[in-house]
Design a protein around this ligand. Sequence first.
Ligand code: GUN
Length: 286
Amino acid sequence: MSIEMKSAPLVEKELESLRERCESLKSKGVTPSMKVLLVGENKASLIYTRNKKKFCEKFGADCEIINLSEEILESEFLAKVKEISERNDVHGCFVQLPLPKHLQHIDCGALISPEKDVDGFHVHNIGELFKGDPKSNGLMPCTPQGVVNLIEYYGNDLSGKNVVIIGRSLIVGKPLSLLLLNKNATVTVCHSRTKDLPEHTKRADIIVSAVGRPRFLTSDYLSKDKNQILVDVGINHDSEGKLCGDMDYENIKDKCAAITPVPGGVGPLTILSLAQNLLQAAENSL
Ligand code: GUN
């Protein structure tokens, strides 16, 4: 039997500390406040942003979702992000992705000042991640930070581990490789041009998949020793519309040491990291 690495116990534990930090900020006259810019009506984005708002309210922060029309002009969109994010009473701000096609060329990480960039997308924050100073108060990217927190919460020391990441996206794969390197892991980033992916994954102590392909990671990719830790960042729908990850969970859950479920694994930790960044941003503002 493998360990099912659910996020719920970690989220519950961290909520207590978020409540205390929020209370302390309020006693100093600061109510942490986040603004979410949501353009259009992408179904998944509507759910994600609602969940982010609900979570902030659980520990006492303010969170407002600002809905903008799918047809908004680029100039209007840019002006709106600037207006909202520059307000003195706003501590954290982000644009929910994906944007509609006509806005997709915009680098949202550059629109919001680094101290309010709760997504951790601004080059300043990416630079802090690159440098890896543990005393830095840069804001770290949410999903990668959630992956690291979950692995460590379940008692695993990352130092010296061989970690194979599948996927090199700007939101997950690339920044995760740096966070893990900062934890002294040996990191391999695999992607669509990687030759013989199973050769890499079979040698890993930890496999993290973030490619968005329903259940592609089967036992063919795993070591026979059943000693690997499997972290599934994928949130997909299969051909029958059922929610699933990148990993063939049912068929591999007994062929590893530990595995994250989908849903209930990495997903909620992205929101937890966002909340932690919001409080850090509010504390930094004092
Ligand atoms: N869409 C999917 N994941 C994310 C994320 O981490 N941040 C933002 N802003 N949009 C997303």
